[in-house]
Design a protein around this ligand. Structure first.
Ligand SMILES: NC(=O)c1ccc[n+]([C@@H]2O[C@H](COP(=O)([O-])OP(=O)(O)OC[C@H]3O[C@@H](n4cnc5c(N)ncnc54)[C@H](O)[C@@H]3O)[C@@H](O)[C@H]2O)c1
Length: 370
């Protein structure tokens, strides 16, 4: 199969869909990989590394899209890429189609097989191609929070680890899923005092076992949350109710009662945020202050660390990519139920129920089409 890897063109996107290591395995398996010039530059993966791994470096995006059987990307195509869609093309990337009617139209009109990272499922029923980005954002949240706690960045001047004779900083984490667990790991590693709040008692039991007495767990309710955030130096928001907007667990009134110079990192901002005073920010203007509390609410935190994020994402996507290349899309969809779950458009038909419902369109299960 000929696999095309274009340079990402979406604003501030710095990851790339395949690494030199991925190219090496694909080429060793008999495939041809076309990488657009400079596609990996922002992830610290230069053209010569791709070339050494066996890729052919191609001057421009039109040729990558035209010559490839399957195009592998990171973000959903932007409008200027729609012109490259054509019959028979397989596109493997994050698609997030629900709010994107024009992209859906373009994929359907051109009979593109659109396989979305965010809907691929593994045998356990989880979404394995979303997990790595939550791991990155969870770990990064503490690093970012620690920096904003410094006086220079508007914080109250607290060192999370404390020093002998001075107590450590107080970190409160809302949600004990992937983001929360990874945040807890880093905060504990820095020596902070960490409290994690979740609604799911079984999850709290697991975390209690994993971290032992080093992590304080609390059941999620307004009373506990208010007491915890008022004593916090750093609050990290990582709750998720799948498919729904995040619940506003920390109210404006609670923020007003927090310590001046405390810091909030609301990772759940991509689902609306779990702090009432949180609003989406960007890497170019990441923070603002409400009632003396610094807020950091960047919706795409992993883009700040593209080298790590590209490696983490492609570690998860690559086994699926290799299977698609080996078997071809149709056979891979037939054989692997997880890949089948990833198919959002096939042969001009919308095949993902949740996208169809949010766009009020007809759809057909992929199992009826292959
Ligand atoms: N900003 C970014 O760059 C970025 C990057 C990755 C992930 N995210 C977002 O971070 C959020 C968390 O992702 P995740 O992968 O950790 O999700 P997850 O499903 O693994 O964990 C969510 C946790 O929230 C808990 N929860 C739900 N309702 C709660 C409540 N009322 N009180 C306390 N806990 C509650 C759940 O029990 C679960 O343990 C998601 O919105 C995700 O999209 C953002």
């Amino acid at each position: 199969m000929i696999i095309g890897v274009p340079k990402e063109v979406k604003d501030h996107e710095s990851r790339v869909g395949v690494t030199p290591a991925g190219v090496h395995t694909l080429v060793a398996s008999g495939h041809k990989v076309l990488v657009e010039q400079h596609a990996g530059d922002l992830s610290a993966m230069p053209d010569d590394e791709y070339q050494a791994a066996g890729a052919e470096i191609v001057g421009g995006a039109p040729d990558v899209w035209r010559l490839a059987d399957m195009v592998v990307k990171v973000k959903e195509p932007v409008e200027k890429e729609y012109r490259y869609f054509r019959e028979g093309l397989v596109l493997f990337t994050y698609l997030h189609l629900a709010p994107l009617e024009e992209l859906t139209d373009a994929l359907l009109a051109n009979n593109v097989t659109g396989i979305a990272y965010e809907t691929v499922r593994d045998r356990a029923g989880t979404l394995p191609l979303l997990t790595p980005m939550s791991e990155v954002a969870g770990r990064m949240s503490v690093q970012v929070g620690a920096a904003y706690l410094e006086k220079e960045h508007g914080g109250r001047g607290v060192l999370l680890g404390g020093v002998p004779g001075v107590p450590p900083g107080n970190v409160v984490i809302l949600g004990g899923g992937i983001v929360g667990t990874n945040a807890a790991k880093i905060a504990l590693g820095l020596g902070a005092r960490v409290t994690l709040i979740d609604l799911n008692l079984n999850r709290l039991r697991e975390l209690d076992d994993i971290f032992g007495g080093r992590l304080f767990t609390l059941a999620s309710n307004g009373y506990n949350i208010e007491r915890a955030v008022c004593a916090a130096d750093l609050v990290i928001g990582g709750v998720l109710i799948p498919g729904a907007a995040a619940p506003k667990l920390v109210t404006r009134a609670m923020v007003a009662k927090m310590k001046k110079g405390a810091v909030i990192v609301d990772v759940a901002i991509d689902q609306g945020g779990c702090i009432e005073t949180a609003r989406p920010t960007t890497h170019s203007d990441p923070s603002y202050t409400v009632d003396g509390v610094v807020h950091y609410c960047v919706t795409n935190m992993p883009a700040a660390v593209p080298n790590t994020s590209t490696l983490a994402l492609t570690n998860a996507t690559f086994p699926y990519l290799l299977k698609l290349a080996k078997l071809g899309a149709t056979a891979a969809i037939q054989e692997d139920a997880g890949i089948a779950e990833g198919v959002n458009t096939f042969n001009g038909v919308l095949t993902y129920k949740a996208v169809a419902e949010s766009q009020k369109r007809d759809w057909q299960p992929i199992a009826e089409l292959v």
